[in-house]
Design a protein. Structure first.
Length: 374
């Protein structure tokens, strides 16, 4: 079995190699195509693996005209591979990567799996209504549709899928969460009789840029500081220097820069609560990583991670601009700390890449069998 992954998101997130490496171990022959802009900084590339091909194919300003950008990528993609060798295509987003898979499907009739991400909803379905029919065409011709979260699933089916297509789309739809590195599963930590720090220590992790909303989180923490002494510790690379500098000058905020996973694990164990109110957020890898160390989490309401657990089980969901809701979330976690912390650690098996990889393998085998029987 030979699979081509079309994954522009592999440029920014290394989590995908957890899936790809397991697929190779399972005997699947894979290639991964990663299109990036000419301007994309080399040092930010998160890609890895001999199976990966990274090509600079478009300019940043091309992003404002969908077909200008993607026709440039398609031309490069078609010249890069012999598509007669591939059995299955796996597009890791609906619009950008899915459009490319659909064009190859038209030419070579290769079945494709398409993932629907939160960004597909926020950027395309919501803000670019003129592209909705194109998105529906991609879904209609996909052999399998995968949603990363239940929230995205419900939002798309409730708002953007015509009733006449719902049954046929749902029949080929799965919801499959991403996994986390085995490092966190193997080093899970239960907090026994944990005493909250004075001041309270909140940690937030992610690349420092506007979408992570660290400055708004810092304001909420400073509001809470009037009730209870509190610190916000931020870990992650400085993708936006202006935001980073402002955070460094914000009271009660400590910016630590990037950390290795070993260093981050130790920091998690020294903290009390994890909070991140980013938007949009397809999955939020850092939430289950923090949970593995017994940290209750505060996460964005109606974004990707919000769908995985009942509210107040492993933490509390909060509207991204709701300062009062953030205060109430902290009060609740402090009051019920032992239970919520225990639940957080106990719940991370839902994000085991071995289980996730097996689900995708089953999908591929199903599509391959169907193709062979046609």
């Amino acid at each position: 079995m030979k699979v081509l992954h079309i994954n522009s998101y592999f440029s920014t997130s290394g989590l995908f190699n957890q899936l790809y490496n397991r697929q190779i171990q399972s005997g699947i022959d894979i290639d991964v195509y990663v299109p990036i802009s000419y301007e994309y900084p080399e040092e930010r590339l998160a890609t890895s693996g001999d199976y990966t091909t990274v090509h600079r194919t478009f300019h940043q300003f091309d992003r404002y005209i969908f077909h200008l950008k993607h026709n440039k990528i398609l031309k490069d993609l078609l010249s890069t591979y012999d598509f007669n060798e591939f059995d299955i295509l796996h597009a890791h987003s609906l619009f950008s990567n899915g459009w490319l898979a659909r064009q190859i499907h038209k030419r070579y009739n290769i079945p494709y799996v398409v993932a629907v991400r939160n960004a597909d909803v926020r950027t395309f379905f919501q803000r670019m209504p003129w592209l909705r029919n194109m998105g529906l065409d991609i879904l209609k011709n996909a052999s399998k549709i995968v949603f990363i979260s239940k929230n995205t699933y419900h939002e798309v089916y409730n708002n953007y899928i015509p009733q006449s297509l719902v049954n046929s789309f749902q029949a080929k739809t799965d919801i499959i969460a991403n996994g986390i590195d085995d490092f966190w599963l193997n080093n899970r930590y239960y907090r026994q009789n944990h005493s909250l720090s004075q001041p309270l220590r909140i940690i937030s992790v992610g690349k420092v840029y506007a979408g992570k909303r660290f400055e708004a989180l810092a304001e909420m923490v400073n509001e809470y500081n009037h009730i209870h002494p509190t610190e916000l510790h931020i870990v992650g690379p400085a993708w936006n220097q202006r935001i980073t500098e402002r955070l460094k000058q914000t009271p009660n905020v400590i910016y630590h820069g990037s950390k290795s996973k070993e260093e981050l694990l130790q920091m998690y164990r020294e903290m009390d609560i994890f909070a991140l109110l980013s938007s949009p957020e397809t999955f939020g890898l850092v939430y289950p990583e923090a949970m593995s160390q017994g940290l209750p989490v505060i996460y964005t309401k109606n974004e990707g991670f919000d769908s995985f657990f009942d509210n107040h089980l492993i933490g509390v969901s909060v509207e991204k601009t709701d300062t009062r809701g953030f205060t109430k979330a902290l009060d609740y976690i402090i009051k019920h700390y032992s239970r919520v912390s225990h639940n957080a650690t106990a719940s991370i098996d839902a994000f085991n890449w071995q289980v996730v990889s097996k689900k995708y393998l089953d999908i591929y085998q199903e599509l391959l069998t169907k193709k062979e029987n046609e």
